[in-house]
Design a binder for this molecule. Sequence first.
Ligand code: SF4
Length: 348
Amino acid sequence: MPGDSVRGIKTIADLEAANLAPLDSGLSRVADKYAIGITPSVLELIDRDDPNDPIARQFVPTLDELVTTPDERADPIGDLTHSPVEGIVHRYPDRVLLKAVHVCPVYCRFCFRREMVGPQGLGTLSGAQLDAAIGYIAAHSEIWEVILTGGDPLVLSPRRLRDLMERLAGIAHVKIVRFHTRVPVVEPERIDADMVAALRASGKVTYLAVHANHPRELTAAARAGFELLMAGGIALISQSVLLKGVNDDVDTLAALMRGFVENRIRPYYLHHPDLAPGTGHFRVSIAEGQALVSALRGRISGLCQPIYVLDIPGGYGKADIGAAAISGQDGCFTVRDWQGGEHDYREG
Ligand code: SF4
């Protein structure tokens, strides 16, 4: 499609014109429920000759999204249960989520907040709502870390991010500000000196969690952005989602985790996919996930090991569900090695 590499994709007509959806595909029913967004950088990564392309699978809508199961829910990780004021989720004592914005540069088909993000989603906090959210953080001295998520906080302009960071800088008990974002991978041109400066705040340490699910997402442009962020004093960690047909094999996961480490990004979370509506086609079983993370242990360096986590539905927080490698009682245990071999271990 002429110009699709310049402006990206936002509608079914755009998808049809880019040969990413057939005419009369019925996908308008999906578009009526969930936002569509594919940036030019992601478009360039899609292999249109591969019907199972792992990049396309993450971003191109399918009719599978109309299939829901009884366990799926609009708020799978229970944000609303822990939201004392609009835009804040206070699930754990020492940290809060600050969701200033509910739009993203791309719309991932497996998104756990798909009922909240997009043009029809919860929108951007108003000035008064942002004041109340900052006021909540300032009034709770136990809050050590503020995690900016959404939506993707890096869709905000550097000016607005700078304003936000200046306000957080004025709260002495907040020491860490963490951004969760897809932008360095899907819209790397946004990462420039202005943006990097905007993410820093006097007296605070900034972490940025890079969301990527396949090693092909770590492009030269993305790598240049990582370098800029690190040169600006921002620590990088990773987050990925374990997704059927995208990265549910040990070779792909190993290449992804090594790719992070080669770029000085510390592997952090590998999420088990949440029970978001219409995402069953992405879910692997927990046993499959545990087998994959066990296989990673023997195969690649300890530096490359993510924590395999499940967000317990209902808002009960994250649980580490990596292969339970030890079982037993009264000082007598059986320990499982990375190849599945079992060994006795006795304490003292
Ligand atoms: S970038 Fe994050 S919040 Fe936005 S659609 Fe993707 S998973 Fe959802």
